[in-house]
Design a protein around this ligand. Sequence first.
Ligand SMILES: *Cc1c(COP(=O)(O)O)cnc(C)c1O
Length: 372
Amino acid sequence: MAMKSTIPSRLLPRDGRFGSGPSKVRAAQVQAVADANPTVLGTSHRQAPVRGLVGDVRRLLAELYRLPDGYEVLLSNGGASFVWDAAAFGLIRDKAQLAAFGEFGSKFAASVCAAPHLDEPTVHRAAPGSIAVPVLEAGVDTYAWPHNETSTGACAPVHRVGEASEALIVVDGTSAAGAIELDPTQVDFYYFAPQKSFASDGGLWFALTSPAAVERIEHIAASGRYVPASLSLADAVTHSRADQTLNTPAITTLIMMRAQLEWMLDQGGLAAMAARSAASSTAIYEWAESRDFTSPFVAHRAHRSPVVVTVDLSDDVDSSQLQAILRAHGIVDVFAYRKLGRNQVRIGVFPAVATADVEALLACIDWVVDHR
Ligand SMILES: *Cc1c(COP(=O)(O)O)cnc(C)c1O
């Protein structure tokens, strides 16, 4: 592909951010940060303004998910990746079963395999682009899998495994939360970070937590098992209930998250957000099926993510050259997951991304390919 390409400006999207996380932040969220100066920014996280902010985020998340009685919202520092280690210390009793079909699910499985105090977990694996699902198994006390595998764009169902099972269901909702509908009664610990659909910054994790999960956390904490303080879920329960965190949280992240949650609820809540992402992703899948240089990476339609869309390119269209041309025009972060190593584009269509901008992106790709 020639690098001289200049895409006509009439084709360009208004906002060129299509990353899979961190992802597009809306201007109103940045304004909310400016508006929080000097009343919230730069003030103590142990006092009312910041505690009120944490409380708002917890309450708004409960509202967005219509959490059943007894469910609560936990948060702590570290981001979603820290939950894998925290869960190995404080949520899994002895034996877990995990499903891994991409980078993020595999990392959780690796954390559990490495934990010396746990039994060897059962891990169901599937090739990138497909999904693996949990299977009822005697002796398993925790089932865990990602809702949306951000590295591949494959999406798995979330439901309990076995009707009467007392095992906990622990689901990584990092790129699904806020964009894919969920029945919270089907899960005990649904965790995510704020830099994807919540259009905020990284560094925190949140979890929608059932009473059974809190009971497990408290039981393990009382058992005498060694748990590093910074990874203690029991501590996260105590601090979250007081609208606090163990150590200082990123206040701007919380401010942007609250602004995004207010916008989401104002626009019609989770169903409306899911519809926004579905409109954008459907436009991309239809485009990818109608061009001769593209094909959706996830073959099975039911497994195609509505938020992170992966599209393989034919050999004569070089993804890195295409990305370089797009980036020169302010269209960024449509690269394939680095370790996947495919000639691919991966497009994050979280609710903040406008479908009109997605359509413009597709027109720009068509233009670049036509003008090779
Ligand atoms: C982004 C992502 C993570 C990692 O989140 P961090 O906050 O960077 O730790 C984990 N799981 C999934 C599914 C993700 O999309």
